[in-house]
Design a protein around this ligand. Structure first.
Ligand code: SAM
Length: 291
């Protein structure tokens, strides 16, 4: 079959599945992403249901253009929205720097955005993930964004160090490299019954460990296992600094905000909490502060 003919058929199939306007837009992006492979192969993968971001290999996140690789979670627009809000809220400087711990860091999108938007030399960030592929992607993204993994006495730059660890491990808090001003996380929070209803483009390509809020080895059905672990962590002496900019910022799933507020107050000993909405008006983030 002539190549052009095959491409036209694939495009028609894509139009049927996602509509003409979206298909046209995606075709233009694929044509521009010549590094990602030949158009026919890209269309074949897309028609099979693979997310466009894995095919193109990149995804914008605020001003950044981050690498994406299956099965690491593709950064979502709701995460981008609150990460930009956080970047605008706090203004660290070289004289008043901030240390950041991003739990369940995935591609590294959250700390890399903060490192990019905050003043040079103002931010020392760490990221933790249980997946070595995620840690490698976060390192590759840091290199792509020009953010070093170790501090240098010769350059005033922000630094981001991703490392492998299990946030749910009871001993996780023993091995932290330092204390922190800001703890961020977009942890897995989806319930098992919601997971089964996710579109194939998510379930077949993204790591279930990145999505399921109740890991198989932990009892519970409310998707809140990570919030309990994070709250217990921040309540430990020496994990959170005392400063006036100190805060814990957690993305939450549908209808989880009130429960996570209660967890941060009771188990995390954070007296002041607030909820941030996403661009679609959903309660998406719980922020906790000591005072
Ligand atoms: C919802 S994704 C968030 C990724 C990224 N922060 C973002 O916003 O796009 C959750 C991440 O948590 C990681 N993860 C799952 N279980 C973990 C655990 N027990 N300890 C550390 N990381 C874990 C997954 O590998 C995944 O990268």
């Amino acid at each position: 079959m002539p190549r052009q003919h095959h491409v036209a058929q694939l495009f028609l199939a894509l139009t049927k599945s996602i509509g003409r306007q979206s298909a046209n837009q995606e075709l233009n992006w694929m044509k521009r992403a010549t590094h990602a492979g030949c158009l026919k192969e890209m269309l074949e993968r897309r028609v099979e249901g693979e997310p466009l971001q894995y095919i193109l290999g990149t995804q914008p996140f605020g001003p950044l253009d981050l690498l994406t690789r299956a099965p690491i979670l593709i950064p979502r627009p709701e995460t981008e929205h609150w990460a930009i809000r956080l970047a605008e809220l706090l203004q660290p400087t070289i004289e008043r720097p901030l240390s950041v711990l991003d739990l369940c860091t995935g591609s590294g999108c959250i700390p890399l955005l903060l490192c990019h938007l905050w003043a040079r030399g103002s931010t020392r960030a760490y990221g933790v993930d249980i997946s070595d592929h995620a840690v490698q992607l976060a390192k590759d993204n840091a290199a792509r964004c020009g953010i070093p993994g170790v501090a240098s006495p010769h350059h005033f730059s922000n630094v981001y160090t991703p490392y492998l660890a299990n946030v749910l491990d009871a001993t996780f808090g023993d091995s932290l490299p330092r204390s922190f001003d800001v703890i961020t996380s977009n942890p897995p929070y989806i319930l098992l019954n919601e997971y089964h209803q996710l579109p194939r483009s998510v379930k077949d390509y993204e790591d279930p460990r990145a999505l399921l809020g109740d890991p198989p080895d932990i009892p519970g059905t409310d998707g809140l296992a990570f919030y309990h672990a994070i709250a217990r962590l921040v309540a430990r002496d020496g994990v959170l600094n005392e400063g006036d900019q100190t805060m814990v910022v957690l993305e939450v799933g549908d209808k989880q905000a009130a429960a996570v507020e209660a967890i941060l107050k009771t188990e995390g000993r954070l007296n002041r909490t607030e909820i941030w909405l996403d661009p679609w008006g959903k309660e998406r983030v719980v922020v906790g502060r000591r005072k």
